[in-house]
Design a protein around this ligand. Structure first.
Ligand code: CMX
Length: 441
């Protein structure tokens, strides 16, 4: 742990000095302009955040510290006999800014193994909820219960010097990432396997151990988990889960509180919950049509029915991307390699051919292409993980890697309380008549 922490400290000191210089020389440069439509319509395209871990390009997709998903799949260290990247390696890359060696990744795996103990009261808190509570509700409750372990919170109450915020945040972020697989697997076994829990295997990697504790011990599923945990980890800073974690963290709420807030955002159907909505939507289509593999014409009719009943087509569209999500493509590649004849995957690929032209024809959808959530469920179902209400928890475990790495950077760079300005429509009306200033305090 000390090696990783020392490396991070060194990188953060360098970055702090560079940013200080940049701001000294260019701090007053104008970076963009904001229209009234942007203010009313979800702040799309307004640049207002610094997130070091990844950057999203509308045409190309996500790059993690400069590396695309295909590059990560090639360059990041793998498990023995594995072909997919170990997510611990991506965490190292996001945190330190450099590709890890095999030893670096092994060190992260060891740290996460050592710090993965979950106190009993976390499980008791989860057990206090009805078993039919949504897995995301149980997940957030578990994270909140684990907040009793926060180093940041304890040290802050003892009068921590602001110079040490980053170090206490770092400890909490690592502990939380280490604990999440156990919490997630506990919820899965509690809800779907009569509370028959499986102990962690101290020899497995972080994602492999999650698969094991959920009860999926075959190598194919472990590989899927490694890929899944890698591609869902981060999507720059403006998405709801990342932005919420960052925003709440800016109040110096500790990493447990901040991450729980982010997870409440991930649980929304326009964000992470879309992964359960996709598979639910496909299962309903199969049931309605009485067919495991509906034809493209039948899919097209079902899409039209969905739209005319005032619902969105889940798994399609994006607030920033304007092409097929490379996270979708990576999963399609995994599917075509490991399960080319799987009827559900084939249906997902048929949907990919049918949906974009229909959404395009509406004339208002800015991105008719599939996002990450359009594919993930089909791969999970293939391995027997059919309980789709659990899917967003998996997304959440992965998302911790990105948002926790970012939170370390937020504190290391001394980012202040986030507090943008809001306005009222009454003020806008006065401003349009020249009777008021919009930029007052
Ligand atoms: N199906 C139907 N209509 C859609 C649509 C879809 N998949 N995607 C966008 N639209 C509609 C919007 O609802 C909006 O309609 P109104 O003007 O009537 O309100 C219009 O097209 C314009 O929206 P947009 O600018 O293209 O998209 P937004 O940036 O507002 O929203 C998103 C982005 C993801 C919320 C939207 O595409 C959507 O609802 N998709 C389905 C849900 C989904 O898959 N979410 C997961 C996203 C990835 C993730 O975070 O995990």
């Amino acid at each position: 742990m000390e090696v990783l922490k020392g490396l991070f400290k060194q990188k953060a000191e360098q970055a702090n000095a560079e940013i200080k210089e940049i701001l000294k020389e260019h701090g007053s440069k104008v970076i963009g302009e904001v229209t009234l439509s942007q203010v009313y319509q979800g702040m799309r395209g307004i640049t207002g955040l610094v997130t070091e871990t990844s950057l999203l390009d509308a045409q190309e997709g996500i790059r993690f510290r400069g590396y695309t998903i295909p590059e990560l799949r090639e360059k990041l260290p793998k498990a023995p006999d594995g072909k997919e990247p170990l997510p611990e390696g991506l965490f190292f890359l996001m945190l330190i800014g450099e590709l890890p060696t095999e030893d670096d990744v092994q060190r992260v795996t060891n740290i996460l193994q050592r710090r993965s103990h979950v106190p009993a009261h976390v499980f008791h808190t989860i057990d206090a909820l009805p078993v039919n509570a949504h897995p995301m509700t149980q997940f957030v409750a578990g994270i909140m219960a684990a907040q009793t372990e926060s180093e940041f919170s304890r040290r802050y109450s003892e009068g921590m010097n602001k110079r040490d915020y980053w170090a206490a945040t770092f400890d909490d972020c690592i502990d939380l990432i280490a604990r999440l697989p156990r919490i997630a697997a506990y919820i899965y076994r509690r809800k779907y396997h009569f509370g028959q829990h499986i102990q962690p295997n101290g020899l497995l990697d972080w994602a492999g151990n999650l698969a094991h504790m959920m009860g999926f011990d075959n190598e194919g599923f472990k590989e899927l988990m490694r890929l899944y945990m890698t591609i869902h980890a981060d999507h720059e800073g403006g998405n709801v889960s990342a932005h919420t974690t960052h925003l709440v963290g800016s109040a110096l709420s500790d990493p447990y509180l901040s991450f729980a807030a982010g997870m409440n955002g991930l649980a929304g159907p326009l964000h992470g919950l879309a992964n359960q909505e996709v598979i639910k939507w496909i299962f309903e289509m199969q049931e309605k049509l009485g067919s495991e593999m509906p034809t493209k014409a039948e899919i097209a009719q079902y899409v039209q029915d969905t739209l005319s009943s005032g619902k969105v087509v889940p798994g399609y569209g994006h607030a920033v991307l304007r092409k097929t999500d490379p996270r979708y493509t990576a999963q399609m590649d995994f599917g075509k390699t490991h399960m080319p004849n799987d009827p559900l995957c084939q249906t997902v690929w048929n949907i990919y051919e049918v949906v974009p032209p229909i959404l395009q024809s509406l004339g208002k959808v800015k991105n008719p292409w599939p996002n990450v959530d359009a594919h993930s469920g089909a791969l999970l179902v293939h391995f027997g993980l059919k309980e789709y209400e659990f899917y967003t928890v998996l997304f959440g475990v992965s998302r911790a890697l990105g948002v926790m790495a970012s939170l370390c950077w937020d504190r290391a760079l001394g980012f202040p309380l986030e507090r943008p300005k809001s306005i009222t429509t009454a003020q806008v009306k006065r401003w349009l008549k020249g009777e008021d200033e919009i930029w007052g305090d």
